[in-house]
Design a protein around this ligand. Structure first.
Ligand SMILES: *[C@@H]1O[C@H](CO)[C@@H](O)[C@H](O)[C@H]1NC(C)=O
Ligand SMILES: *[C@@H]1O[C@H](CO)[C@@H](O)[C@H](O)[C@H]1NC(C)=O
Length: 337
């Protein structure tokens, strides 16, 4: 090879590489959000009374998480008492920390790294792919991810908005229970588990001992972390996930282990705290209406998400309730000059 060619290759190759790296990083630029105003405590607030809230953060649901945080701050009498615990993967944490800091400069928050490797080989494919995302399982490990000093936490999904003072949920009396959540007692458990589950007494007797196992949604939970750690709930949930891997005892994602461990032993919370299903029908993606009664929290569980429907101009009527909390800067509207 002539000397000049060799020279050209040594010079151009790193240049191309540099260009490639530049393009890929710019493609991975996280979405940008408007800065939220500062929310200040009312006079009656005691700054020592912290309210701990845990949520996951990932790139696909980021816009939802930000709207959720914004809605909580807006309706809180004591917004400065809220402490957010964001669960995310190690490789996203630097970027997402920056996004949270620039969007909510006054927010008190922590980022906890969830090692998705913990669940990678425990997740069996479910009927909906979104449910297989490893971060969905982070709630199982909450008690290990958060510091021991946190003895109560509210876990919230990333497709919710809160339209009430979060302190009203925070202060519920759990009595002897480990978790509190709205319960739905008309659900027929037969459908949540496979025949492999029902035909094996070692599995199905789990529910025989319970007075009244009710369905609940794991997107909104008030958790007594001290009790959770004490009776090793994480280990119990993981045990069911391992059984699932071997025997396939259910079809859905992270919910059935919770039903197996907590069904019938949940402190019922008013239904207003989880108006779920607004994402619409799982199969046809139809719009849903609110359940009757008062509303404190709207939850777009199901297939559709309000930000996607609003962007595609095919919004459901209730998506209009989510829109005021959307801080997303549409790329066409960003002017850096
Ligand atoms: C705030 O709460 C702490 C702990 O509950 C208490 O010791 C303190 O006296 C309270 N301060 C005020 C000003 O009420
Ligand atoms: C639940 O559904 C199964 C199957 O359709 C049925 O046999 C059973 O009686 C139902 N249980 C209740 C409590 O309705």
């Amino acid at each position: 090879m002539p000397q000049t060619h060799r020279f050209l290759i040594t010079i151009t190759f790193p240049l191309i590489l540099l260009l490639l790296i530049q393009t890929t990083t710019s493609l991975q630029q996280p979405p940008q959000f408007q800065e939220a105003p500062a929310f200040r405590n009312g006079k009656q607030c005691n700054i020592t009374d912290k309210i701990h809230i845990a949520m996951t953060l990932d790139t696909t649901y980021l816009r939802g998480s930000i709207a959720g945080v914004f809605s909580i701050l807006q309706h809180s009498t004591c917004p400065e008492n809220t402490v957010f615990h964001f669960l995310t993967t190690y490789h996203l944490s630097t970027t997402l920390r920056r996004t949270i800091t620039t969007t909510f400069p006054y927010l008190s928050f922590y980022i906890h790294h969830f090692n998705t490797f913990l669940v990678k080989n425990k997740i069996s494919t479910s009927i909906r792919r979104a449910l297989d995302q490893p971060l969905n399982y982070a709630r199982i490990y909450l008690a290990h991810l958060l510091p021991n000093t946190v003895d109560r936490v509210i876990y919230l999904d990333s497709d919710i908005i809160v339209v009430d003072d979060i302190i009203n949920l925070w202060e519920i009396n759990l009595n002897s229970h480990i978790i509190g959540a709205p319960e739905y007692c008309h659900a027929n458990f037969t459908y949540y588990f496979t025949s492999k589950f029902w035909s094996n007494p070692a599995f199905s007797e789990t529910f025989k001992r319970r007075a009244r196992p009710c369905y609940f949604n794991t997107g909104v939970m008030v958790i007594d972390m001290t009790k959770w750690r004490k009776v090793k709930i994480t280990e119990k949930l993981v045990k069911w996930m391992e059984i699932q891997k071997r025997y396939r005892i259910y079809e859905l994602g992270s919910l059935p282990p919770f039903l197996l461990v907590f069904g019938g032993e949940v402190k019922g919370v008013e239904h207003r705290w989880n108006q779920h299903g607004l994402g619409g029908d799982n199969v046809k993606g139809l719009c849903r209406d609110l359940h009757p009664g008062p509303v404190s929290l709207l939850h777009w569980s199901g297939k559709g998400k309000p930000w996607l429907r609003l962007d595609s101009k095919r919004a459901c009527p209730l998506d209009g309730l989510w829109a005021p909390y959307d801080l997303f800067k549409h790329p066409a509207l960003i002017t850096d000059r």
